[in-house]
Write a protein that binds this ligand. Structure first.
Ligand code: GCU
Length: 645
């Protein structure tokens, strides 16, 4: 199947006088060989007339390892006639080569200098791909890793590895955290050969392979009666099974585990805790350098909506905070950015400021489950950047989320469609996530400008797309769910508005709207969630007076005429945001239309179709949410706009 090369797609450079290029690399590590291949491949496409020579040339490029620097860091210098790429290892060289090529594509063959060093050691993509080829919360076609129970390795896999390496991703979990349809068998002999080939392929690009495993594998795979982590038979089963797995499948990075969450098996069934569970696997794979990434997404998903004290937002904190210090050194706790579930706006998860003795990694979601399912443009990079910058107040300084984590992961938004991400504009999220994970100090503006310039040749297309992308999350938030409330989408598939869709359900996802007030009281008078933050954050969130407007209804239940810091009442804010958010979406769609004939036809049409759907759906969001609150509150819009009866 044909597929796009995304930001690695190369158009020939016009007006360049370079006719000969020499590449010198004496480092015989595999990633340096991949780097040489990338250089030759990309330069011969950029300059179709060029020949590669030994000795003197119009452009000489030298690649080398300088063992004193960080393994994945690099330095690139170029003056138009000679270029040097120094890496701390083969992977550093590879990253440096991608930086050089990016520089050439962005600025041509002039003076160029760049140093790079990752701000986070582990930079990971998590695929929710099932082995039957379907993708949980996938909006971009079917899986390119699996089909009918088989692991696929082909041209597409190679391109994917190149794409990931080009933005600095160094780990990838290929199957769904919900280990479905027989995927527990991925750790058995049937898959050894294919997994080994994939590890070799990924390894050339500096990427470690992870797989999601079933906590109850001793039962489902091993056929024994229990999966109790403290049972010696279970411990020896994991040890022996992993000894075999890791000796055949050399270089496997480790396991990613969802346990005791949304029906997945876990240690609770045996009266054990999550440290017992994670440490069982960690000890079994420690001898092979394996890591266990254990998810903190644990909550009671059979709640009673009448119960106003149980709060899903508190759950992960209450479960994991007492376990701080009890995890094996090769366990990493993977914590979602917010305490609920990838809503358009949530406060930062309180666990980031609460587990100084535990390796923590952040989990973000690129697949737009709650943010428009790749039918709406919603660029998440500004949100990710401010999340990483958020203070946790766990220390006087160096206390931001970016400071306290050792890794960052995101649920992938890719599939097997032509453009990989369903919407061509959603590829900016994939690119941006990698760039930000590698260097958390890059601004969203810079990242988006880069992606636009690497994607479009036309100057106007670059400008227009950057404007759309940078404003898109704010617009999506405005016409969907107000002031941090969350959960007003349709149940199950999570697309489109349904203000009470989750109100009387078991998932712990309520807005508590009635004719007098709206929001969830998570202050000291409510569920007490605000107190889980370190001071002064706890006080800031606890008080209705100091809580930021954008999160007000997440933390407080207030009357509709409550005045925000902005000066507006809550109800007027809801009306204004919905009208303005919709207008913004209309503006984006109009802007896009101006690109007809300036960008390739396929991309243009892809955008047009999606904008048509975005406007249809945004109109539904606007009118349903406004009507819902108008009916409940009985308060008219100050500006007299149409709200349906
Ligand atoms: C959400 C999502 C599920 C997913 C879960 C998770 O609840 O809807 O499909 O399995 O997150 O992160 O495990």
């Amino acid at each position: 199947m044909e597929f796009s090369q995304l930001w690695l797609g190369i158009k020939p450079l016009k007006g360049c006088s370079i006719k000969t290029i020499s590449i010198v690399c004496k480092e015989h590590v595999e990633q340096a060989c991949a780097a040489v291949w990338e250089l030759r491949n990309e330069l011969s496409e950029l300059l179709p007339e060029v020949s590669f020579v030994r000795g003197s040339a119009d452009l000489s490029i030298k690649l080398s390892i300088a063992p004193l620097t960080e393994p994945e860091s690099y330095t690139v210098t170029s003056n138009g006639t000679s270029a040097s790429v120094t890496g701390g290892s083969g992977v550093g060289i590879l990253y440096g080569v991608f930086a050089l090529l990016r520089g050439i594509r962005l600025y041509g063959f002039g003076e160029f200098e760049e140093c790079g060093s990752p701000t986070s050691p582990l930079r990971m993509l998590d695929h929710w791909d099932n082995i039957d080829g379907s993708i949980e919360r996938g909006y971009s076609g079917r899986s390119f890793f699996f089909k009918d129970g088989e692991l696929l390795i082909n041209e597409r896999t190679v391109t994917y590895a190149r794409l990931l390496a080009s933005v600095g991703i160094n780990a990838c979990a290929i199957n769904n955290v919900n280990v479905r349809f027989g995927a527990e068998m991925l750790i058995t002999e049937k898959y050894y050969t294919k997994l080994t080939s994939l590890i070799e392929l990924f390894g050339r690009y500096g990427i470690k392979l992870y797989i999601c495993v079933d906590f109850s594998a001793p039962i489902s795979v091993g056929g024994i009666a229990t999966a109790d982590p403290l049972d010696p038979a279970v411990q020896s089963w994991w040890s022996e099974h992993c000894a075999k797995l890791f000796s055949h499948v050399k270089g496997l990075g480790g396991f990613l585990v969802k346990a005791d969450s949304e029906g997945r098996p876990g240690p609770y069934a045996y009266g054990r805790d999550h440290a017992d569970g994670a440490n069982l696997l960690a000890k079994a794979i420690a001898p092979y350098g394996g890591k266990v990434i254990w998810r903190a997404f644990v909550y009671n998903c059979s709640q009673d909506w009448r119960d106003e004290k149980t709060d899903r937002a508190c759950s992960a904190y209450e479960t994991f905070k007492p376990l701080d210090g009890r995890f094996e050194p090769n366990v990493i706790l993977q914590v979602k950015n917010g305490p609920m579930d990838f809503q358009v706006r949530e406060p930062v998860h309180p666990l980031f400021g609460a587990m100084p003795k535990t390796n923590l990694m952040a989990e973000l979601q690129l697949t737009q489950e709650y943010t428009g399912q790749q039918k709406h443009v919603c660029c998440l990079i500004p949100m990710f950047r401010s999340f990483l910058d958020s203070r946790t107040c766990c220390d006087a300084e160096n206390d931001s989320v970016g400071d306290v984590i050792c890794g960052i992961s995101a649920v992938s938004n890719t599939g097997d469609d032509f453009c990989w991400t369903g919407s061509e504009l959603a590829a900016a999220n994939l690119y941006g996530f990698g760039r930000l994970a590698f260097d958390r100090f890059l601004t969203a503006e810079k990242i988006i400008a880069e992606w636009c310039a690497l994607t479009f040749e036309d100057e106007l297309a670059r400008r227009v797309t950057a404007e759309i992308l940078l404003g898109s999350h704010k617009a999506y938030e405005a016409y969907t769910v107000p002031l941090g409330l969350g959960w007003m989408c349709k149940p199950n598939h999570h697309y489109g508005p349904d203000p009470w869709g989750y109100e009387f359900d078991r998932w712990g996802t309520y807005n508590r709207a009635d004719r007098n007030a709206v929001g969830v009281d998570r202050s000291h008078s409510g569920t007490g969630y605000a107190a889980l933050y370190n001071p002064p954050l706890a006080e800031v969130y606890d008080s209705v007076n100091s809580c930021p407007d954008e999160l007000l209804l997440f933390f407080h239940r207030v009357p509709y005429d409550h005045r925000l810091h902005s000066g507006k009442t809550v109800i007027q804010h809801i009306y204004d945001a919905h009208f303005e958010g919709y207008e913004q979406a209309e503006h984006f769609a109009e802007l896009w239309k101006t690109l007809e004939g300036r960008i390739d036809e396929r991309t243009f049409r892809n955008g047009c179709e999606r904008f048509t759907e975005q406007l249809r759906c945004a109109r539904e969001w606007r009118d349903i949410v406004n009507t819902f609150f108008h009916r409940l509150s009985g308060i008219d819009d100050e500006k007299g706009r149409t709200i349906y009866p």
